[in-house]
Design a protein around this ligand. Sequence first.
Ligand code: PLP
Length: 401
Amino acid sequence: MFQPSPWRADFPAIAALQRQQQTYLDSAATTQKPQALLDAIAHYYSHGAANVHRAQHLPGAMATQAFEGSREKIAQWLNAPSPSQIIFTHGATSALNLLAYGLENEFRPGDEIAISALEHHANLLPWQQLAQRRGVKLVILPLTAGGMIDLDSAAALIGPRTRLLAVSQLSNVLGTWQPLDSLLAMARAQDALTVVDGAQGVVHGRHDVQQLDCDFYVFSSHKLYGPDGLGALYGSCRGLGRLQHWQFGGEMVHTADYHVASFHPAPLGFEAGTPPIASVIGLSASLDYLGGLDTKAVLAHEAALHRQLLRGLHDREGVRVVGDPQAALASFTVDGVHNADLAHLLTDQGIAVRAGHHCAMPLLKRLGLQGAIRVSLALYNDSDDLQRFFEALDKALEMLR
Ligand code: PLP
């Protein structure tokens, strides 16, 4: 049965891609943008750009108001207690690097950082490098066969030496929601800091950082229908209180002399230099747009498409879905077919999907895979997109087998 997307027309790029015979199924990498975002950025640039916080003049005041308004909106989106707990970064990756440098003094040799076996490189490498710098042990929490962090193993591995736990909310390879409540409770019981990589999770449904009770939550704007070059870091009061300044320059300074300086607290103290102002204003417009949608209807639409995707993959001989995806995406391999060859033939037919290691090389290695094809969905996709994907897949497999 045809499953239309009532929101498709709000995304001009989808129609543009369709005119180029492109079917976009790579939204876990980045999403297309609503018209509301394009309008907000055009308005900002066509009505007078100005730097934020520093200027006395009217354009500066207007830009600062829009910029700080966006911070407030993000705080509301995540149900953070205060906008001052939202730090703008350049993406989830830069937020995680900020944490790995800003928390460096928390660690002594022999301490442990726990992450899971499914983490994106962005939530692995900053901790791996910190561990090397400080003589800290990086503990890898294993997974169940379905692709969830295994809670029994986690209970055995998270202990008094654990100083920090950093885990994804929704896996970008496996499409599995992680059991954050239990995991974070284990870390809290050891008084360890907790970091949630919400880069994929934040896109699907609404999430409440107070309910999660994490110390830090990071996400990228461009995956949440916002502009690129922008991310956000939420910090609890406890977490922010432990964070050391790590990048220095304009905006973040309270007082400066040649040999000494003092710095603002969060958020400005962690936003050195001119921030991506237009992107911040654009994200605000995207959140307004998303906030005006019926979240339940969006989730139901995505779930129906996800079921169609899984059904179609499971129905095809030799196609193996990786893990047991619960939402938003599915990765798969095909017996006897190299994923790069298959990806090539899909690309030739205008199907935009991802192939490779999905920035999670250790996970793919652990699964014994050289790569996988990932199909990922967004609210603007409809069942015709999947139909076109499956037709292209069948044709490609016919050629390859
Ligand atoms: N974490 C996860 C789970 C991701 O999927 C990604 C991007 O794919 C990132 C972190 C990094 O996000 P960005 O490249 O926007 O910094």
